[in-house]
Write a protein that binds this ligand. Structure first.
Ligand SMILES: Cc1cc2nc3c(=O)[nH]c(=O)nc-3n(C[C@H](O)[C@H](O)[C@H](O)COP(=O)(O)O)c2cc1C
Length: 368
């Protein structure tokens, strides 16, 4: 086993079953987080359906320490696909409140992933044009004015306040995968001169303002997380490392999740070692560090802790087993069932019909 990093002041996890205390809000009951998973099961107006409620509530009952919703749009102009969850108006509140209550009853800590698609939004859905830090005619996107950037920051903050009112324990900002907050980080394209583009510090400014705004507008027990892409989408590894270093040390975050796609992958740009190793030794202050990508067994999850992660984020594994966390905690040899699986098997795991269609269309090794 690799010596456990001392860069975090989190109690060192000897076991996946160890509780995880955070700077704000509830202690997670273990080291497993449900990944944000778009399931396209919301109503056309962004309100929760029973299927989406049950999909998430079942993961709470299935033992996850943290249950994260799918990416939820914070403003209509950020909606990126049909059936996306919304957290942009009072109309979204009752469904979210019912979900927060069910998750609390299951013993899980709860979070909403806050999202704005930016140039990757669906202009046809929201009446376009898309918003972006720069002009991108090929994406039907127009550069945001400085006022629009301020409004976008306000929309994220308002969505966090809505999540808190609904009873969620916290939110995670979706800063990964090249959506709007990630577009601001993109040094290839974001050459804005109004303080929100150009230098790396200026490209980070929108994110910083959202984090500061959420902290100021929510209570002392509200948990704040951030998801980042460590490399890719216009972010070279060195900048991914610097941005992660900045936000880990900012004192604003409770948790930061690295979206790696495969926790064992090597850097794409040819740097040495494993991608994850470029991040686990960064000073963390009180921020807990999570990793996501290809964790499908207890052994995989243990390996992540051994690399120095504080928690492990599980996506596909949690689609295959609503109780992935409980199974992994009970059985050191647990590994997910073989793929592809039948629709019937996934229905038994509280995967609804529209989610099944979405998985069958886009994730071809999953559904038979
Ligand atoms: C069906 C599906 C939907 C996803 N939706 C989101 C999302 O809404 N937000 C997000 O940050 N990542 C999303 N992801 C990425 C996952 O959260 C996760 O990082 C990725 O699938 C790798 O982890 P895994 O191998 O355990 O699934 C999605 C992945 C899948 C398979």
């Amino acid at each position: 086993m690799r010596p456990v990093t001392t860069s975090s002041n989190a109690p060192i996890a000897r076991s996946l079953a160890d509780a995880l205390p955070l700077e704000h809000g509830p202690t997670w009951r273990n080291r497993f987080a449900l990944a944000p998973l778009t399931n396209t099961q919301s109503n056309p107006d962004g309100t929760l359906t029973d299927d989406e409620h049950e999909w998430l509530a079942a993961r709470g009952r299935g033992g996850f320490g943290l249950v994260m919703t799918a990416a939820a749009y914070v403003a209509p102009a950020g909606q990126a696909w049909g059936g996306q969850l919304g957290i942009a108006s009072e109309a979204h509140l009752p469904g979210l409140a019912r979900l927060a209550e069910a998750l609390r009853a299951s013993g899980a800590t709860s979070s909403v992933q806050l999202h704005h698609g930016g140039q990757r939004a669906d202009a046809a859905l929201h009446g376009g044009p898309n918003q972006c830090p720069w002009d991108a005619p090929e994406k039907d996107a127009v550069a945001m004015t400085t006022d629009e950037v301020h409004r976008m920051v306000d929309d994220f903050v308002a969505a966090a306040v809505l999540a808190e009112r609904a009873g969620f324990d916290g939110v995670q900002l979706h800063g990964a995968h090249g959506y709007l907050l990630g577009q601001f980080l993109d040094g290839r394209h974001n050459h804005r001169t109004d303080g929100y583009g150009g230098s790396l510090a200026d490209r980070q400014r929108a994110l910083t303002e959202v984090l500061e705004g959420v902290r100021a507008a929510t209570g002392p027990d509200f948990q704040l997380g951030l998801r980042l892409t460590p490399e890719g989408f216009g972010i070279p590894l060195e900048e991914g490392v610097e941005t992660t270093r900045t936000f880990l040390a900012s004192g604003l975050l409770d948790h930061l999740d690295l979206s790696l796609w495969d926790v064992r992958m090597r850097p794409r740009g040819g740097a040495d070692g494993l991608l994850v190793e470029h991040f686990t030794d960064l000073p963390r202050g009180t921020t807990r560090l999570g990793v996501a990508g290809g964790v499908v067994s207890t052994e995989d999850a243990r390996w992540c802790l051994e690399q120095g992660a504080d928690f492990v984020t599980v996506g596909v594994g949690a689609i295959l087993h609503h109780d992935f966390a409980a199974r992994a905690l009970a059985d050191p040899a647990f590994r997910v069932r073989e793929r592809p699986v039948t629709r019937e098997e996934l229905r038994a795991e509280s995967v609804g019909e529209r989610f099944l269609d979405y998985l069958a269309a886009g994730w071809d090794d999953l559904v038979a």
